[in-house]
Design a protein around this ligand. Sequence first.
Ligand SMILES: Nc1ncnc2c1ncn2[C@@H]1O[C@H](COP(=O)(O)OP(=O)(O)OP(=O)(O)O)[C@@H](O)[C@H]1O
Length: 296
Amino acid sequence: MSDAVRLSGVVKSYGAIRAVNDVDLTIGRGETVALLGPNGAGKSTTINMLLGLFTPDAGDIEVFGMSPARAVTSGKIGAMLQEGGFVPNATVGELIELCRALYPSPLPTAEILAAADLTGIVKQRVDKLSGGQSQRVRFAFALAGNPDLLVLDEPTAAMDVASRQAFWASMRRLTDGGKTVLFATHYLEEADDFADRVIVMAGGRIIADGSGAQIKKVAGGRTVSFDLEGASGDGLAALPGVTSADVRGGRVWLRCSDSDATVRALVQGGHSFGNLEIAGAGLEEAFLTLTSAGKE
Ligand SMILES: Nc1ncnc2c1ncn2[C@@H]1O[C@H](COP(=O)(O)OP(=O)(O)OP(=O)(O)O)[C@@H](O)[C@H]1O
């Protein structure tokens, strides 16, 4: 059986900006995958190509063994994008019916309304909705065709805490039913809480791919840096709590899983150091550590 999603050697540029740079990615049926990355990482561009909205400059994309455009028209993919207005003056219920009519075998209306938590606002006009309610209506549209793959670009942006919780609870019910889900997010916590697998993008490339626990372990680390003051950096990578060491221009950066143990060992070992700094590892740096650890 074909995979749910397969990208190979996918490249997409906007003029001189290479938004997606040689991405290979396979997602199996039934997986729930988070696409995690900072602004401009290339997540939306990847998603738009998966949905057939953009054509890659190079490489191939298949969704359930078909071209993205065919997968969309046959109702295999449901998408929730970041933006897009609604037809004014229509009610939530009317728009959902309109959307169902586009698909060969839509989900029953009551099921859509319950899954998107819209039952109480069916008669409300869509131009009078709050940001979070609008997101839930977009989610209902994504579900309407009863798709096998749900692709969600930052689905919980603009939702308050209670709506987020209700949204993810509803998603869990859908994935228990066997649907494949790919969602983009900026938040490691959200990726870890909900996804079986977290794919990290930065600068148009996939820089890490692992379980939420693996990614969190590295992202929770710290960096200890100091001037070597003429001493050599040899042996620092082997200090307690250090996962990797980098020496540049007389300064060393130690990525640490336990920075307290590292600093203690530095002091007790009589290492010379100046301008000591301890910082929370930035996500991007933490992810780079993860990828290089995966290559060892
Ligand atoms: N229509 C466009 N024209 C020119 N450059 C674009 C366009 N869309 C995206 N880009 C650029 O391509 C790169 C990738 O953008 P993309 O929107 O795919 O990232 P993203 O990870 O989804 O970011 P965000 O989390 O902010 O949505 C960025 O450098 C962005 O500025």
